[in-house]
Design a protein around this ligand. Sequence first.
Ligand SMILES: NC(=O)c1ccc[n+]([C@@H]2O[C@H](COP(=O)([O-])OP(=O)(O)OC[C@H]3O[C@@H](n4cnc5c(N)ncnc54)[C@H](OP(=O)(O)O)[C@@H]3O)[C@@H](O)[C@H]2O)c1
Length: 276
Amino acid sequence: MIVVTGATGNVGAHVVEELAAAGAEVRALTRDPEATRFPDGVSGARTEDLPLEGATGLFLHGAVAWQLGVEKLLERAKESGVRRIVTLSSSSVLEEADPKDNPIGAMHRELEAQVERTGLEWTHVRPGAFAVNAFQWADQIKAGDVVYGAYAGAHVAPIHEADMGAVAARALLTDDLVGRTPELTGPESLTFADQVRVIGEAIGRPLRYEEIPHEVAREKMIGGFVTPEIADALLRFSAGCVDRPQAISPEVERITGRPPRTFAEWVADHRGAFGG
Ligand SMILES: NC(=O)c1ccc[n+]([C@@H]2O[C@H](COP(=O)([O-])OP(=O)(O)OC[C@H]3O[C@@H](n4cnc5c(N)ncnc54)[C@H](OP(=O)(O)O)[C@@H]3O)[C@@H](O)[C@H]2O)c1
């Protein structure tokens, strides 16, 4: 049986779907199982109960691990007989080594190291920028044709959550990725301005991205998970990607046998969120 944490999330929902479609027994964790419908045959359970008994595999979502306490969670996994952990990490672990300059990478790298220290089998899935980050523009797009944000020319290679789910499921279901750290990207490098244009093409509106100063963007970003430190890290990352197309990883195609979905495909799957 495989336990999926963060099972209602962008990536976790696809991990659950892939595992269920492959006929695996799945326990999907959420803070609110009563309110959640999972695919047929998948049992829902409460995240904070840490119900790992009977599990052989664990999909580990960072935010959930940090919230519950990583040591407690990993100890429980070992006691319960889990043999393999697939960590949802981040390609930010490959950037700036100084944790002060790269807090997001440092958090994920520490989580990876804690998983490695369990002595269990592990795979760390290391995606770059998620395509779902474009939801940050949804309210502006529904309100008008201009999206205001920092660094119009910053490149990312947005990855579809379904491709990450497919890779993570492969890591849980086969031995192919044990001890590996697949870095995942989408199939093309796009600037923020390109992404907004692609969304506009999909919903039939002439959208454009207008750059605002770093400081103004920083003020807008801070709140919730995005502390001033995280906002600075994200903006520093974007600044470093201006006019620098991202390298495209071959891993999604190598692992799943199909090319990663394009950003236009992602928009088509989520058109409604942009009022399309
Ligand atoms: N965005 C990017 O570009 C990017 C890039 C690389 C790596 N990452 C990493 O990927 C992860 C995000 O993945 P995602 O988008 O799939 O996640 P998500 O959709 O934001 O969240 C997944 C689920 O986790 C549960 N959850 C969230 N916060 C929680 C908390 N504090 N305590 C307990 N449960 C919580 C929620 O489920 P319930 O409400 O059902 O409990 C949520 O649906 C992060 O670790 C991030 O650092 C992101």
